[in-house]
Design a protein around this ligand. Structure first.
Ligand code: GTP
Ligand code: MG
Length: 454
């Protein structure tokens, strides 16, 4: 026997783990969930149990984080006056249930299907934990149950029901039932079509939602050990039907209706999923003329439709690609043009700078040359002046008295004399050569041309 159960909890610490342990009289491993992480997660664990000499493979899938981060949305929905449609905390749960159906459908559609050995992971029952508030159901509970009721057998239970008084509990049960009915939420009804269980199931349906208490602690009551919760004011016996509905739940879930839960899952919930899925894929039972629909034709039509869509998508992508390439090309051209312009500007700037520098260099060269020439001339004059010195002084004195003579100048300044004659200079005083060469140089009386020539 195999059963997959989804344990659904609305808030942290609603006694989910304790109830599972109490129901199956064991200690399932598992840390208490952290309720601080964002989003809803599902934890799935499979256990091999022995129940009344029957082997039971039980998978428990628990939701973590459901309702933890949703309070604001909850207020908003209530204020808006209508139930929200999409996709808050319940979405991962719906997706998980659908994924199990999908896996089963895939197995069914295989050419070589092995359904007898297939590990059926479809969820057969959802225990929906309701907090013992005594108030109305929260919008989130109603919306979630509405989303789930066509996919799984929902068994609503009031958790920790020892926290609510007997009279409040009666009213709370009535309130929950009427809210479920007015919101069109279909919870699992124990079947009454089989005579052997019709009476008990009919009675149990009237007790829904079950108000449960969980405890793994065993206390001695009378001379019997019993699962109970002890309080300063008294003891709640888990298996006492006057205290809570735990026994009813256990009987209905594990002993009387487990097979029906599996049957309903396959015949109702999975069938609905399968039908919707096949219709979505384009399969029909009859064509418009009410003739049986050919699987081959459906497949061909769907294949052609798919190929057409694929081609259309390909064409769109090609167009988009060409467009992008064109845009990129234009961008690149523009960038290239800008680069060329920048290069030309820089080249011109460089040429102008180069020309300026060349001009400057030329003028500096000229200045250097002129300086060198002056320097040479000055040095020459200085050395000749010092050679002539001594003996010439007397002669010069005599000539001074006569006035200046060219022969004297020639002797004194032999190499320059012919040039000086050849370059006339207008001078009304004594002949320039009669000055000391340094003085003559400093007064710039010697034309540069004359000095420069050897
Ligand atoms: N009063 C009361 N307390 C209970 C009941 N069941 C469990 N508790 C206590 O509630 C606390 C949380 O119980 P858990 O079973 O760990 O709750 P849970 O829903 O598994 O918690 P998370 O895994 O954290 O979501 C523990 O202290 C339990 O002893 C119950 O029926 N009545
Ligand atoms: Mg837990």
């Amino acid at each position: 026997m195999h059963m997959d159960m989804c344990v659904h909890v609305r808030e942290t610490g609603l006694g989910k783990s304790t109830l599972m342990d109490t129901l199956f009289n064991t200690k399932f491993e598992g840390e208490p969930a952290t309720h601080t992480q964002p989003g809803v997660q599902l934890r799935s664990n499979t256990y091999d149990l022995q129940e009344s000499n029957v082997g039971l493979k039980l998978t428990i899938v628990s939701t973590v984080g459901f309702g933890d981060q949703i309070n604001k949305e909850d207020r908003f929905w209530k204020g808006s006056g209508h139930l929200p449609t999409l996709p808050f905390s319940y979405k991962p749960i719906v997706e998980f249930i659908d994924a199990q159906f999908e896996a089963y459908l895939q197995e069914e559609l295989k050419i070589r299907r092995v359904l007898h050995t297939y590990h059926d992971s479809r969820i057969h029952a959802c225990l929906y934990f309701i907090a013992p508030t005594g108030h109305s159901l929260k919008s989130l509970d109603l919306v979630t149950m509405k989303k789930l009721d066509s996919k799984v057998n929902i068994i609503p239970i009031i958790a920790k029901s020892d926290a609510i008084s007997k009279s409040e509990l009666t009213k709370f049960k009535i309130k929950i039932t009427s809210e479920l009915v007015s919101n069109g939420v279909q919870i699992y009804q124990f079947p009454t079509d089989d005579e052997s269980v019709a009476e008990i199931n009919g009675t149990m349906n009237a007790h829904l939602p079950f108000a449960v208490v969980g405890s793994t602690e065993e206390l001695k009551i009378g001379n019997k050990m019993m699962k109970a919760r002890q309080y300063p004011w008294g003891t709640v016996q888990v298996e006492n039907e006057a205290h809570c509905d735990f026994v009813k739940l256990r009987e209905m879930l594990i002993r009387v209706n487990m097979e029906d839960l599996r049957e309903q899952t396959h015949a109702r919930h999975y069938e609905l999923y399968r039908r919707c899925k096949l219709e979505e894929m384009g399969f029909k039972d009859t064509d418009p003329d009410s003739k049986p629909f050919s699987l081959q034709e459906t497949y061909e039509a769907k294949r052609n439709e798919f190929l057409g869509e694929l081609q259309k998508k390909e064409e769109e992508m090609r167009q988009m690609f060409v467009q992008r390439v064109k845009e990129k090309e234009a961008e690149l051209k523009e960038a290239e043009k800008e680069l060329h312009e920048k290069f030309d500007r820089l080249k011109k700037l460089h040429q102008d700078e180069k020309k300026k520098l060349e001009d400057k260099k030329k003028s500096l060269d000229d200045e250097v040359n002129a300086f060198k020439q002056r320097k040479t001339a000055a040095e020459l004059l200085q050395s000749q002046g010092s050679q002539a010195g001594g003996s010439q002084t007397l002669k010069r004195d005599k000539e001074k008295k006569k006035g200046w003579s060219c022969s004297g100048l020639q002797a004194y300044w032999p190499s320059l004399y012919p040039r000086l004659v050849a370059s006339p200079c207008f001078w009304s005083g004594p002949h320039p050569a009669c000055f000391s060469p340094a003085a003559a140089y400093s007064m710039s009386l010697l034309p540069l041309t004359a000095v420069a020539q050897p």
